[in-house]
Design a protein around this ligand. Structure first.
Ligand code: NAD
Ligand code: UGA
Length: 443
């Protein structure tokens, strides 16, 4: 099976590496010259655990090639994947499909023999049909079938997610395309992952519905956390109790500073706009979008309150700036709203992140960047855990305290034990932790 993967980002690169590891031959094409140069030198341009080793193994075996030769890659391919970005369009919040359509235009000219073209990118309902229309207009002679094959992997655990998916979803009504996609995913089917064939529109919408539902679940538990604070309950106990109910499930019930990342914010926004346009508004999801934005801003206010009502003239240490741990991705990270708001209110911000600094530095001007949590804590009045990197779960709090000027910790991910923090004479603020949510120093 020969694959052409267009786009070597978080999804394209991981998919290309995993498909090649199944034994397929993959040409991975990217039009960003610096990205391609890094890939050819054996370096992953993104931080994703395990990815470089997987790339190396398959490049060595000759199954994975990084190239800008779209012509040969498309002409030889049984399947062409479109894995380019579909960011939020400026101004109106719809999905920006310009990268998808320009990749389609480029691909059209090189098609040779029966080829399946499939979206891996998250695209609104109707996009596969529109791709087909554009291909037919440009190459009426081409023998193609356009499928939808949305990807459900998460950054930070992308390889595990790709190779052990809850399901593979393929939208197609073409029997030849179905046969190709069945063969392509056979290695996963043999391991027990269901490969589902559905209408193209269903596949396209299912991707948005899944992300919107997960975003809803996070906003739900964030609001329950607020209720816990008001009434003295502990959100972790509540989440664990409701999560045991299999109809609810225990995943995605961690409260925090609001969801971020390259997908939930833009996909929720796109679904809201698509649904409005289709005159079937998703009012619950519209609320989720609003609630999540306000949540991020409320976190800055919470930090101010923990600092005694004002951060003016104070130093705040921020641990973790990426939208989640185990990635260097800064897209729509809560830190991008929280940090500037603290700065506007007069705080000096020191920050550290195990992988995010390179992307974050130009996005967060005025921040003093540090190599470690210890360094960030030095001279800080308040220390805030924004992203739950593992190393922030096991902080040496005594050492941290001795370096700080103040003694206040705000734990936006509930990774610390409030009682243990308080025992050291540090004031602790968590999320939804009932009587532990905000505490005065005990020592
Ligand atoms: P990304 O920005 O990391 O990568 C996109 C890549 O495509 C870039 O390297 C870019 O240079 C390249 N590209 C753009 N136009 C091109 C062209 N015409 N020819 C060749 N290369 C081109 O994006 P991503 O995070 O990988 O997301 C890609 C798509 O997958 C999006 O639709 C996203 O919603 C979806 N998705 C992402 C994730 C995730 O965790 N990031 C998970 C599931 C689905
Ligand atoms: C998410 C989905 O989980 C993937 O299934 C999907 O493929 C992907 O979006 C996509 O379409 O791109 P990802 O954004 O990589 O994956 O990361 P998640 O683990 O879902 O986290 C997203 C955000 O929600 C993060 O900011 C995270 O901190 C937050 N979150 C997650 C919570 O606040 N609480 C939780 O319980 C879970």
């Amino acid at each position: 099976m020969k694959i052409c993967m267009i786009g070597a980002g978080y999804v394209g690169l991981v998919s290309a590496a995993c498909f090649s590891d199944f034994g397929w031959t993959v040409n991975c094409v990217d039009n960003d010259p610096s990205r391609l140069a890094a890939l050819k030198a054996g370096q992953s341009p993104i931080y994703e655990p395990g990815l470089e080793a997987l790339m190396e193994r398959n490049v060595k075996a000759g199954r994975l090639v990084f190239t800008d030769d779209l012509k040969t890659s498309v002409a030889n391919a049984d399947v062409v994947f479109l894995a380019v970005g579909t960011p939020m369009r400026r101004g109106d919040g719809y999905a920006d499909l310009s990268y998808v359509f320009s990749a389609v235009e480029e691909t059209a000219q090189y098609l040779d023999g029966f080829t399946v073209i499939t979206t891996k990118s998250t695209v609104p309902v109707g996009t596969s049909r529109e791709i087909e229309r554009r291909l037919k207009a440009k190459r009426p002679d081409a023998d193609v079938a356009v499928c939808s094959n949305p990807e459900f992997l998460r950054e930070g655990s992308a390889i595990q997610d790709f190779t052990h998916p809850d399901r593979v979803l393929v939208g197609t009504d073409d029997p030849r395309a179905r046969d190709v996609m069945e063969r392509l995913y056979k290695p996963l089917a043999l391991r027990g992952s269901p490969v589902m064939f559905v209408e193209r529109e269903s596949a396209e919408l299912a991707k948005y519905a899944a992300n919107a539902f997960l975003a809803l679940k996070i906003s739900f538990i964030n609001e329950i956390a607020d209720v816990c604070e008001a009434v003295g309950a502990d959100v972790q106990e509540v989440a664990s109790a409701i999560g045991r109910d299999r109809r609810i499930g225990d995943k995605f019930l961690h409260p925090g500073p609001g969801y971020g990342g390259s997908c939930f914010p833009k996909d929720v926004s796109a679904l809201v706009r698509t649904a409005r346009e289709a005159r079937a508004p998703v009012s619950i999801i519209e609320q989720v979008e609003r609630v999540n934005h306000e949540r991020k801003l409320a976190m800055a206010v919470r930090i101010e309150a923990a600092a005694g009502g004002s951060v003016r003239g104070k130093t705040v240490a921020i641990l973790g700036v990426t939208f989640k741990p185990n990635t260097d991705d800064m897209r729509d990270a809560p830190s991008l709203l929280i940090v500037p708001m603290l700065q506007e209110r007069g705080a000096t911000v020191r920050a550290c992140d195990p992988q995010g600094r390179k992307q974050a530095e130009p996005m967060l001007p005025g921040v003093t960047w540090c190599e470690s949590a210890d360094e960030a804590a030095t001279g800080a009045d308040v220390l805030v855990i924004v992203t739950e990197w593992n190393e922030y779960r096991a902080l040496n709090l005594e050492a941290i305290k001795s370096r700080m000027s103040g003694s206040t910790i705000v734990d936006l991910r509930n990774v610390l034990d409030p009682a243990a923090v308080r025992e050291l004479g540090i004031a602790y603020t968590g999320i939804g932790r009932g009587r532990h949510t905000a505490s005065q120093k005990s020592g």
